[in-house]
Design a protein around this ligand. Structure first.
Ligand code: SF4
Length: 602
């Protein structure tokens, strides 16, 4: 029974929503508005894989890293990659005579160009999407049998340039049926599509080409992710009164999505960032559909979503609205995370039977608040899914940094005031936490370079301050209750950190293998999370059966089961991201503290 549970929870957490049921964000602040986000919006698998690959290279210490052309059409992501030592070059000549790694991006290149780059003496990493490689083999197989090639796509697009390199003597690129009419008479021809081509255009064009050839083979090489995206977009555009396409203006596949939508929904707008949204247009819409191109990071779409929500919220001023804004401010400024640490410390004190000491509660809150801000500032807050958070950290970097250091100093001062040995623990943990994002070890590596290190370090830090310190302060370390509290805190905080890491990956944030989910992959991460929850429930259940602090343990068990149920339900609907993910995941500690407090009242 117990061994089957991880698989069961894994199934729950892996629910895939069918394409005919797009994900809905009903903005509760305004019942007149429904916003539907396409589940296919954002990075396609080919682009995602290429970005992951370069990040892995950067993390393994390889440098400099050059990409032959920008990996994606997004200025902010390109800047973030630059900060990690990943530079885009426009031509092979730019890397001639240089050292380091050269990455071939998902679009692929011609065989001649590949031979040339492999002869440069650089380490070459081929990140050509396998689905593009499939088109290469279709073209070269038929070219070797004497077929001409017709590519339905955009002349000059990097992928099309690469495809042409695999064709034989005669190859043509046509954008649509009109251009196909102008082709010369053909003998044997293979007709392929650029992988992001619109299906309708491809089929019509292929029919025209077929009519001009003695023998034609039609290979519909539009990739499945593109077809799924187009199918879902068309379905969505047909049932909304405003359609928003998010993506770079010069991205071919985003432009194609826009054209597709305009035919079904005349009120279609294409925006690159949330800044381009027109409040007047947003305020009159009742049903808004949102999708994004294959090279648009998920967090960009979420920023657009957040801005829409903000624009509509201004219409309705209510107590609930004000409460949500307060919660947003607390989450964005890490004050909410500090409150979670206070709550967890309270629970751990109760578990150990300690006297509730306000000074230790404040110490834990200041410590966690300080380190979370320092780490966010060190990472420059870029790539955060929430516009507000980015703005907050960009606009108030200095005051936030000062606040973080003052909070850190206050927690150190408080610990010194309590006991010297408490100061030693707090100082060691704080120093390690503050240095975590920096690479200062041999070979310019740091703690951040160890797989899953962020989640493990966070769990150990919180475990030490929230659970170990109260025991140390009251002279009950190395007792069963102290071990239990430390284990309880570490497991809960590790789960929290991993869950937030998962939402970061799902938002296409630039995260590396310090993220447990990124380092171990989906299956192992969900299995680990499920196992932790099973272990927690088993421990609490066993303690309850033994009659140990039954009211407190029973209350924690109920709180924990409620959280697990909430996560499973949330996953079956949609993976919450950004603000809501943090509010929900950190909220578990506040709920557990409330239950623990309640258990002492009855
Ligand atoms: S659009 Fe399709 S073929 Fe192109 S990189 Fe993405 S998944 Fe691969």
């Amino acid at each position: 029974m117990v061994s089957g549970l991880p698989a069961f929870v894994n199934r729950l957490t892996s629910v895939k929503i069918p394409l005919d049921r797009p994900l809905c964000y009903n903005l509760s602040m305004n019942k007149d508005l429904e916003v539907i986000l396409a589940q296919t919006a954002g990075f396609c698998p080919g682009v995602k894989k290429a970005i992951d690959r370069v990040l892995e290279l950067a993390q393994s210490g390889k440098h400099p890293i050059h990409t032959l052309g920008p990996l994606i059409h997004n200025t902010q992501v390109i800047e973030m990659l630059e900060q990690k030592g990943i530079h885009a070059v426009d031509s092979i000549d730019e890397v001639r005579g240089k050292s380091g790694v050269l990455v071939i991006r998902a679009h692929g290149i011609t065989p001649e160009a590949e031979r040339e780059v492999r002869g440069l003496g650089l380490e070459v990493v081929d990140s050509t999407c396998p689905l593009v490689k499939n088109v290469h083999s279709v073209i070269s197989k038929h070219a070797s049998q004497g077929y001409d090639t017709v590519i339905v796509g955009d002349k000059g697009h990097a992928e099309v340039v690469g495809l042409l390199g695999y064709a034989g003597q005669r190859a043509f690129v046509v954008a649509g049926p009109d251009e196909a009419q102008k082709l010369p008479e053909l003998d044997k021809v293979v007709i392929v599509a650029q992988t992001t081509q619109e299906e309708d255009v491809f089929l019509k064009t292929a029919a025209v080409v077929q009519g001009r050839a003695r023998q034609a083979i039609i290979a519909n090489t539009i990739c499945k992710p593109t077809r799924d995206r187009q199918r879902e977009t068309m379905e969505l555009a047909g049932r909304v009164d405003l359609m928003i396409i998010v993506g770079a203006k010069h991205s071919a596949n985003t432009a194609r999505l826009t054209a597709l939508c305009q035919r079904l929904c005349p009120n279609t707008i294409h925006v690159e960032t949330e800044e381009e949204l027109d409040a007047a247009v947003i305020r009159t819409a009742r049903r808004i559909g949102i999708t994004a191109g294959a090279s648009t990071p998920g967090w960009m779409t979420e920023r657009v979503l957040a801005r829409i929500k903000e624009m509509r919220k201004k219409e309705a001023v209510s107590a609930l609205n004000a409460l949500e804004r307060l919660l947003e401010l607390m989450v964005d400024s890490c004050a909410y995370t500090g409150l979670s640490a206070v709550s967890l410390t309270y629970v751990c004190m109760k578990l150990q039977g300690c006297r509730i000491d306000d000074r230790l509660l404040v110490l834990a809150g200041l410590f966690v608040f300080s380190l979370h801000i320092i780490n966010r500032v060190a990472e420059k807050g870029v790539g955060a899914a929430e516009t507000r958070k980015v703005e907050l950290f960009e606009k108030h970097r200095l005051p936030l940094t000062v606040t973080a250091f003052v909070s850190g100093l206050m927690s150190l001062g408080l610990s010194l005031f309590l006991q010297v040995r408490i100061f030693v623990v707090v100082f060691s943990c704080w120093l390690l936490g503050a240095l975590y994002p920096f690479r200062f070890l041999y070979g310019r590596t740091g703690l951040i370079d160890f797989p899953g290190s962020r989640d493990i370090a966070t769990a150990l830090g919180w475990g030490a301050v929230c659970a170990y310190l109260p025991g140390l302060h009251q002279g009950i370390v190395f007792t069963k209750a102290n071990y239990l509290a430390v284990l309880f805190a570490i497991l809960l905080v590790f789960s929290r950190s991993v869950m937030l890491g998962i939402t970061a990956v799902h938002s296409d944030l630039i995260v590396g293998r310090e993220n447990f989910y990124k380092a171990l992959g989906s299956r192992r991460t969900y299995a680990t999370l499920a196992s932790i929850q099973v272990l927690l429930i088993a421990i609490l259940g066993a303690l309850l059966a033994m009659g140990w602090k039954s009211r407190l343990v029973g209350a924690l068990l109920i709180g924990n089961l409620m959280f697990v149920g909430g996560v499973a339900f949330g996953r079956s609907q949609h993976t919450p991201k950004g603000f809501w993910a943090e509010a929900a995941v950190d909220g578990q500690f506040v709920i557990l503290a409330f239950f623990a407090w309640l258990s002492g009242r009855f």
